[in-house]
Design a protein around this ligand. Structure first.
Ligand code: TRP
Length: 445
């Protein structure tokens, strides 16, 4: 690999990886999942999954990418040749590349919605803002054309950044975007905590109540942990290939996980105080939570429309720095075949993803009655990726690095103190694979 494909300095990798992790998953999905899954019980399981499964899997992914210095698929190939493993391991990368493309197809639909809400400033003097908001969302989501417009815009932006390549496109944009994002989210959550019901939010998010934990909550929390950390499909592995040689993986992962968790919890602190202090807003509103209820909440608050605009800009930026990592593995893999140039590949991929995304758009309107295995198209894509493909990818990564790659190789490349390495190795070999397998067994039986 040539030197111009390595990010310069330690911060670009951290910002790129945190930019991938922090996205709609934190700001849009985390709050509504918490709201619909019993609050603190979900938060508790989610945090356990982040540390017990997320940490070892993310370290392993970066390790493979950094060692291979290629797309996930070819890094896996290189690893299996080096250690005499089956050549089938490259299919782990292929599974991931496809998972990324499928996720991006519906991710883009919601990112597009967030985009459009930047311009959704409520007219003043409304008598019933919550009714206005619900009507607005219903009208918006029942119009395929509006959704297609914003979906297209988002796919084009994502493709442009990825088309410019990892150093210029991704490296530069995250350096600018991420610091803004953190500043904004802190601002909005402080604002909400002052004007809304802070105390109820703290109880809801953190007051322990283990009696409400159900298998369904565990499955959803694990899927959400994978999704939020961007692990299980090779996104972080692809970025690992651009990590500077001297950068320490363990420390870096701790920083990324901290930032991701911080933003998810901040999003909770930004949204719930407003929901709790407004009798019209329902905590379990589902995927529409931020779209249907937040504008209402902001409407009734001083400087509301200003903060609403900031909030949706914030979400759009976060979504963009995540979506590029969903497209990168497939692109990098195709680029290595050296048949076509990156911009051409990205264009073809972008158009295919755009088409797939139409299925999710139609789930809101013309296909709303269509059911496949009991799900609508959008739910099926979501379930297939978050609850099956990502955990499966994570399980294979843990087995590969924990059981098939020699311990010496890990010790050498991770450079941890003896005690820390032992703890990491235990979680990688036992805790992560066993917990993922248990959840799968429950799903099957
Ligand atoms: N983690 C991002 C979010 O929270 C979404 C994302 C980006 C992702 N890349 C990924 C999810 C790879 C799974 C796998 O919004």
């Amino acid at each position: 690999m040539s030197a111009n494909k390595i990010w310069q300095g330690n911060t670009t990798f951290i910002l790129a990886a945190a930019g991938s992790a922090v996205g709609l998953g934190n700001i849009w999905k985390f709050p509504y999942m918490v709201g619909s899954n019993g609050g603190s019980a979900f938060v508790f399981i989610y945090l356990i999954c982040i540390f017990a499964i997320g940490f070892p899997v993310m370290v392993s992914e970066i390790l493979i990418g950094k060692y291979g210095r290629k797309s996930p698929i070819n890094s896996l190939k290189k690893l299996s040749v080096e250690f005499n493993l089956s050549s089938y391991w490259k299919y782990l990368g292929i599974l991931g590349a496809f998972a990324g493309v499928i996720i991006l197809s519906y991710y883009s639909v919601f990112a597009g919605m967030a985009f459009s809400y930047i311009f959704n400033v409520f007219p003043s003097g409304l008598e019933n803002p919550s009714q206005y908001s619900t009507n607005y969302f219903t009208n918006f989501s029942s119009s395929p054309f509006d959704l297609i417009f914003w979906h297209s815009l988002f796919i084009i932006l994502t493709s442009l950044i990825v088309g410019f390549g990892v150093v210029k496109g991704i490296g530069r944009s995250v350096n600018v975007l991420m610091p803004f994002l953190f500043l904004f989210i802190i601002l909005v959550s402080i604002y909400s905590s002052f004007v809304g019901d802070f105390l109820s939010t703290i109880y809801f998010l953190f007051k322990p109540d283990f009696s409400v934990i159900t298998p369904q909550i565990v499955i959803s929390a694990m899927g959400q942990a994978f999704f939020s950390l961007s692990i299980g499909m090779g996104a972080i592995m692809a970025y690992g290939a651009y990590m500077p040689e001297k950068q320490m993986i363990g420390k870096t992962v701790i920083t990324i996980i901290f930032l991701d968790t911080f933003v998810a919890l901040s999003a909770g602190l930004a949204i719930f105080p407003i929901v709790f202090s407004n009798p019209f807003l329902a905590i379990n509103a589902g995927p529409g939570l931020i779209f249907e209820t937040l504008p209402v909440a902001f409407y009734s608050l001083p400087l509301g429309s200003f903060f609403s605009i900031i909030f949706f800009i914030l979400i759009s930026i976060a979504a963009l720095s995540s979506s590029i990592s969903l497209l990168e593995p497939f692109t990098a893999w195709m680029e290595e075949k050296e048949k076509f140039k990156r911009p051409v590949l990205v264009a073809v991929l972008g158009i295919s993803i755009w088409f797939l995304g139409l299925g999710s758009i139609f789930s809101f309107n013309i296909w709303s009655d269509l059911r496949l295995f009991g799900f609508n198209f959008l739910e099926l894509m979501d379930y297939l990726t978050n609850n099956i493909m990502l955990p499966l990818g994570g399980l294979f990564v843990a087995v590969l690095v924990g059981w098939l790659v020699p311990e010496k190789f890990l010790e050498k490349n991770l450079n941890l103190s003896k005690y820390k390495f032992k703890a990491f190795y235990f979680f990688l070999r036992f805790v992560a694979p066993v917990s993922i397998t248990l959840v799968f067994l429950y799903l099957v039986f």
